[in-house]
Design a binder for this molecule. Structure first.
Ligand code: HEM
Ligand code: ISQ
Length: 154
């Protein structure tokens, strides 16, 4: 697969930066998802009954952070093991949550784009093609693992 030490470092460093303002970046992340795919709003239980993206929703924050952290962990694993090892139970759980919520394959591209835009926003001039490539690669591996699990549960 070829995930380098440099790529791993880039992913870790950028997460360290975004982590400093979780409320801001989790909201940005989420808003980007809805900007790209407004219809995705209906998928999220914590949004269905509100007109706009809730500004201080603990669930939204926690989930957004998890997506970033899991992508970060995936980067570490890709470098260390050359493959993605998400605990089976976690993967099963995520597979079933997403399947039940009505998430479909193309949504994963939407979330990827939103994640990259959020990194760009947070990193400013530190954002570049190398950073984008590293996060993309890690995200794609994680997304594939979840999508594969979703197909097994159908
Ligand atoms: C829930 C991660 C992709 C929509 C969650 C949760 C996590 C998560 C950790 C919370 C589970 C819980 O404890 O309840 C991820 C990761 C993804 C990914 C790591 C990709 C690598 C997507 C995509 C969509 C999506 C592509 C579609 C837009 C949802 C929805 C929920 C959810 C609708 C349930 C939220 C609720 O109603 O409470 N996801 N997700 N996710 N995710 Fe994702
Ligand atoms: C759940 N899954 C994917 C992305 C998300 C972003 C914000 C909140 C929850 C999420």
């Amino acid at each position: 697969i070829g995930f380098t030490e440099k790529q791993e470092a880039l992913v870790k460093e950028s997460w360290e930066i975004l982590k400093q303002d979780i409320p801001k970046y989790s909201l940005h992340f989420f808003s980007q998802i809805l900007e790209i795919a407004p219809a995705a709003k209906g998928l999220f239980s914590f949004l269905r009954d509100s007109d706009e993206v809730p500004h201080n929703n603990p669930k939204l924050k926690a989930h957004a952070v998890k997506v970033f952290k899991m992508t970060c962990e995936t980067a570490i694993q890709l470098r260390e093991e050359g493959k993605v090892v998400v605990a089976d139970t976690t993967l099963q759980y995520l597979g079933s949550i997403h399947l039940k919520s009505g998430v479909i394959d193309p949504h994963f591209e939407v979330v990827k784009e939103a994640l990259l835009r959020t990194l760009k926003e947070g990193l400013g001039e530190k954002y570049n093609e190398e950073v984008e490539g590293a996060w993309s690669q890690a995200y794609d591996h994680l997304a594939l693992a979840i999508k594969t699990e979703m197909k097994q549960e159908e």
